[in-house]
Write a protein that binds this ligand. Structure first.
Ligand code: BJW
Ligand code: ZN
Length: 280
């Protein structure tokens, strides 16, 4: 891409294009949930106790110390359950409802790397979760996937605090499969693991047809999601980024809206305060 290409932060120019787009894809990451009080992965908040979050989100960490990795996820289940979707999640959801009601030929779809389910809790219907969900488990023996919102998920994982020493938990007291008693794991995608091929295929299909890509609150360093942006840019599609700082995707963005997406996104999508307050 040429260095002379201009990146714009002109809201009116963005809205001209937005008003003509029919298949809007919003690719979201941890930054969209930051204003809900959920820490991001990288940067200052990216630690859990003394561990870097990315270091715990691996199959190797789970194999070595499933009790520790479960404490990390149990803590996040507790935290996320106590938080609410913010204006950025709500704006996307209101946009989806407005399209359904007023312009059914227009669609907005969220492709998220987040596992917090906040898009769904904001009422969004069309959400593709690339990395799974905090509230699903998968059996390491029989592979059964189950939705589970219980907090605590087992008594040994009750009231996990950030400032307590790591608990030693007997593996028999960790979450277990009700069918085969195998050890359960969070149904999320860790580094080195393939994404669900069906989910990946759907995401790639959406990237192939979108006519406006919004990239919201992701550092764009984790693949395969990071590869979607250059793939879409190659088709000449307008890419608009919402982030507090530039990312590797910024070189492909026609628009960059710097600042918290909870503030910038409602403006960009023309979702007024009244619409949001009626949403609840
Ligand atoms: C705000 C804000 C505000 C803050 N408003 N903005 C090609 C090249 C190189 C490496 C690879 C490659 N292909 C695959 C790899 C390896 C690896 C990878 O990508 N490594 C890179 C790090 C180099 N990828 C994988 O391993 C993937 N698997 C795979 O490709 O498998 C292939 C395979 C095939 C066949 C057999 C075997 C394998 C899997 C990746 C899974 C990632 N998993 C995690 C954990 C999920 C579970 C959990 O949450 O615990 O997903 S890691 C973590 O990173 C999590 C996130 O979803 C993901 C992305 O992070 P995200 O969302 O971007 O967050 P942050 O914190 O990085 O950024 C936040 C952003 O918000 C920042 O930019 C802030 O500025 C911004 N922000 N506040 C707006 N208010
Ligand atoms: Zn099982």
């Amino acid at each position: 891409m040429s260095n002379t290409r201009k990146v714009s932060s002109d809201m009116n120019a963005f809205q001209d294009l937005f008003n003509r787009a029919n298949k809007i894809v919003a690719l979201t990451g941890a930054g969209i949930s930051a204003e809900s009080g959920i820490p991001t992965f990288r940067g200052a908040g990216g630690f859990w106790r003394t561990y870097k979050c990315q270091e715990l989100a691996t199959p190797e960490s789970f194999a070595k110390n499933p009790g520790l990795v479960w404490q990390f996820y149990a803590y996040r289940r507790q935290l996320v359950s106590s938080k609410e979707p913010n204006l950025a999640h709500k704006s996307l959801s209101i946009l989806e409802q407005n399209f359904l009601r007023d312009s059914p030929q227009r669609q907005v779809i969220v492709v998220t790397q987040n596992i917090d389910e906040l898009h769904r809790r904001a009422g969004m219907k069309r959400v593709l979760e690339l990395h799974g969900s905090l509230f699903k488990t998968r059996c390491t023996q029989c592979n059964a996937v189950k939705t589970n919102y219980s907090i605590p998920i087992v008594p040994a994982l009750a009231k996990i605090e950030l400032d307590e020493p790591d608990r030693h938990i007997d593996p028999k007291d960790l979450p277990r499969c009700e069918k085969c008693t195998g050890l359960l794991r969070p149904h999320v995608v860790w580094f080195g693991e393939p994404l669900d091929p069906f989910v990946l295929k759907q995401a790639e299909g959406l990237m192939g047809i979108t006519d406006l890509l919004l990239i919201i609150g992701t550092s764009s360093v984790v693949y395969p999601a990071a590869a979607f942006v250059p793939q879409v840019a190659k088709r000449g599609v307008v890419i608009s980024e919402f982030n507090i700082e530039p990312t590797p995707s910024s070189e492909y963005a026609r628009f960059f809206f710097k600042g918290s997406c909870a503030q910038k996104l409602p403006k960009a999508l023309q979702i007024g305060e009244t619409m949001i307050s009626h949403w609840g």
